[in-house]
Design a binder for this molecule. Structure first.
Ligand code: FUL
Length: 693
């Protein structure tokens, strides 16, 4: 009895001690994600699909007067889209239910400008319904893009339009089951058809839509939704300031709820922001968002897509990758191939986590408790974490492989339910007995992945060198990702000299100029060479040691520009416009006021049937032309207007713009800028070229 009492006492004092020794978990620091944001963040990778009347007009933005009769896809199959997304490892799909043209992919009760008046399925079709069903079948979440700007609606710009917009939102968020994300694009107001008015309608993005009441409606209809909005009140997610597929290396999931949002804030977040607004990286698998047959050879390659992955998911963002649906109503086979190859490259990169055989130790463990020790970063449990004593903001973890191990990739995740904390860290390797720094970085957030040249080491050290509060790390992975060769860069300069430069310096380049696919048996590139006439070059980089080839690089060149002169301009630097190098640009600024002309003498008469313009895409150089006129002349005196219009979406996606017209035999071209994206008089050009037949 006495013995029992004694051991009972001992046991309860042990319990008391244990309870006493058990340190408390850290308290959340700063803003933290909501459950909806958390669920969204864990999706990591999901699809966009752009499909509308634009698909049939080769446009980026419809004007709002495009004929509904054009919408008649012969093979539309949302199950094909969903199957590909699923196989590609995506977790959801956001569909452009209505783009800026106002055309609706569902039979909305509130407009005639929808599938209900299209020949497709005799007006009985509903793409949103088919998408929702396919998502359900393939276990994907459904998201909806509803453009606030509507270039078709007669009331756009008036208060009545807001009722229309909310009615449409109500239809979409009531009739199609759960919607995980709603997407409101930032392009708002401008010229449009507007029921026949054909005018320019400006709205105040901050007040016109009365977002706060619209948000209430959305959250009432879909309590689990996340709101993406680049146009007005802060939503749950933010744009990253570019459509090129990357977010800042420093990326705080924070912004302020109120006040202006600068480009820097979009791109890097705001270290001391008062709200949790994580980054979504949206980009297309082709240059443009909608399908353009001319881009069938421009589908991004696996190395390009892998870079996008590391620069989005690997930088504390999510990846929203777009498929332009083709005119048949399908994801094009080239896009499918690229998406699936990309998925397998991601799988291969992260197939073997080398920490599985490592022992983890920490320089500091909160209360020396097992509950918070180093092993928690490699236990495969997303809800357990390593953390330190309160106020410790510098600490390290060591992973001991016990034998020399080769790796080139380090992945780390914070337990963001307790806030984003880490400000800076390094990764080191123990090579031949001494520590060598492999990488140095700033923020972590939900997920950070660092790549570096492969190294063979017995130990890896992860040092947190700055943190807002004690760090809380839930997961670490170390990988040896297979190397991928990048396609070479092909450039032809003004004199016609061709250079094909490998990006990976050790590789050799092989190329063809007869349209055939290059192999290591094709012509070997030995340095720049002179070319004449129209030309098509295909090239690969090839690594002799591994026997691996890069994807094929492809460039098509029109007539050489050797004898071209830029008329009336003294500045020799202006020739950057026709030097064939997209990275060099030239600006006309100074005392010129819009409209600003650029006149080029082609040196002789040519049969010209179009032109191409590449804006200066440097973030800090203004002067991206949005509206233009294009004139031609035989003598530089009499001019004929052959084309005019807008370069849609050129601000967010500053790509090559191609415009065609009926063939003219002429010697001079005049590219007139009517305005730029900033409303200033500056005009910038990376390249200007013509199309001849
Ligand atoms: C842009 C839009 O203007 C594009 O057309 C596209 O929908 C893209 C996702 O957002 O800003």
């Amino acid at each position: 009895m006495l013995k029992n009492l004694f051991s009972g006492l001992l046991f309860s004092s042990f319990l008391m001690n244990a309870a006493f020794a058990q340190p408390e978990a850290p308290k959340p620091y700063g803003p933290v994600p909501t459950e909806n944001q958390m669920r969204w963040q864990e999706m990591e990778y999901y699809a966009f699909v752009h499909f509308s009347l634009n698909t049939y007009t080769d446009q980026s933005w419809g004007y709002g007067n495009e004929d509904i009769k054009l919408f008649n896809p012969q093979k539309l199959d949302c199950r094909q889209w969903a199957r590909i997304c699923k196989q590609a490892g995506m977790k959801g799909v956001i569909l452009t239910a209505k783009h800026h043209s106002g055309f609706c992919l569902w039979p909305s009760k509130y407009t005639e400008y929808s599938v209900k008046n299209a020949p497709w399925k005799n007006g009985k079709g509903d793409v949103v319904r088919e998408m929702a069903n396919a998502c359900k079948e393939f276990g994907l979440k459904l998201g909806v893009y509803l453009s606030p700007w509507d270039r078709n609606h007669p009331d756009y710009g008036k208060p009545e339009y807001i009722t229309y917009f909310r009615n449409q939102l109500t239809e979409l968020l009531t009739n199609y089951g759960p919607v995980f994300e709603i997407w409101f694009d930032g392009a708002n107001g401008g010229t449009g058809y507007y029921g026949g008015a054909n005018e320019n309608r400006k709205i105040d993005r901050t007040t016109y839509y009365d977002w706060s009441n619209t948000y209430k409606l959305i959250r009432r209809l879909q309590p689990n939704i996340v709101i993406w909005n680049d146009g007005g009140d802060r939503g749950d997610l933010r744009w990253v300031g570019t459509e090129a597929g990357f977010v800042g290396e420093t990326n705080w999931s924070l912004l302020n709820a109120k006040g202006e949002v600068s480009w820097n804030m979009l791109h890097y977040g705001l270290e001391n922001g008062d709200s949790w607004v994580p980054a979504e990286v949206n980009t297309s698998i082709r240059p443009e968002w909608f399908y353009h047959p001319g881009e069938n050879t421009r589908v991004k390659t696996v190395p390009q897509l892998m870079n996008t992955y590391y620069n989005s998911v690997g930088r504390n963002g999510s990846l929203l990758l777009n498929f332009p649906i083709d005119t048949r109503g399908l994801i094009h086979e080239n896009d499918e191939k690229a998406a699936l190859a990309f998925a397998s490259a991601v799988r291969n990169a992260f197939a073997v986590d080398l920490t599985a055989n490592a022992k983890a130790t920490a320089s500091n463990v909160r209360g020396n408790s097992k509950e918070f020790d180093a092993a928690k970063t490699i236990d495969g449990n997303k809800n357990s974490y390593w953390t330190t004593d309160e106020n410790v903001t510098n600490a390290s973890l060591i992973f001991d492989f016990n034998k020399p191990t080769t790796f080139n990739c380090f992945l780390v995740q914070e337990y963001i339910r307790l806030g984003q904390r880490v400000k800076s860290f390094t990764v080191e390797a123990l090579v031949d007995g001494s520590w060598k720094e492999l990488a140095k970085a700033t923020t972590i957030g939900y997920k950070r992945i660092l790549r570096f040249p492969g190294v063979k080491a017995t130990k890896v050290r992860f040092n947190i060198t700055g943190s807002k509060a004690c760090p809380v790390i839930s997961n670490i992975g170390i990988y040896n990702a297979p190397q991928l060769l990048t396609a070479p860069a092909i450039i032809r300069d003004q004199s016609g000299e061709m250079s094909i430069t490998p990006v990976d310096s050790e590789s050799v380049v092989y190329y063809t100029s007869d349209g055939s696919l290059p192999t290591p048996k094709s012509k070997k590139y030995k340095g720049p060479f002179q070319t004449q006439g129209k030309l098509e070059i295909k090239a690969i980089a090839y690594d002799q040691t591994s026997g691996k080839s890069s994807p094929v690089a492809y460039e098509k060149f029109d007539i050489p520009r050797k004898d071209w002169k830029i008329v009336g301009l003294e500045d020799q630097k202006a020739y950057a416009i026709i030097d064939g190098n997209p990275a060099t640009a030239w600006h006309q600024a100074g005392d010129k006021k819009m409209p600003v002309d650029l006149v080029i003498d082609l040196g002789r008469e040519e049969n010209v049937c179009g032109f191409r313009y590449l804006p200066d895409s440097d973030m800090w150089n203004p002067g991206i032309i949005t509206n233009y006129q294009f004139y031609v002349s035989v003598d530089n005196t009499e001019w004929k207007l052959v084309q005019q219009g807008e370069f849609s979406n050129i601000k967010n996606n500053p790509l090559w713009q191609t415009k065609r017209f009926a063939t003219e035999k002429i010697r001079y071209i005049k590219f007139r800028a009517l305005n730029n994206t900033q409303g200033t008089d500056d005009t910038g050009y990376a390249e200007v070229d013509i199309i001849t037949n």
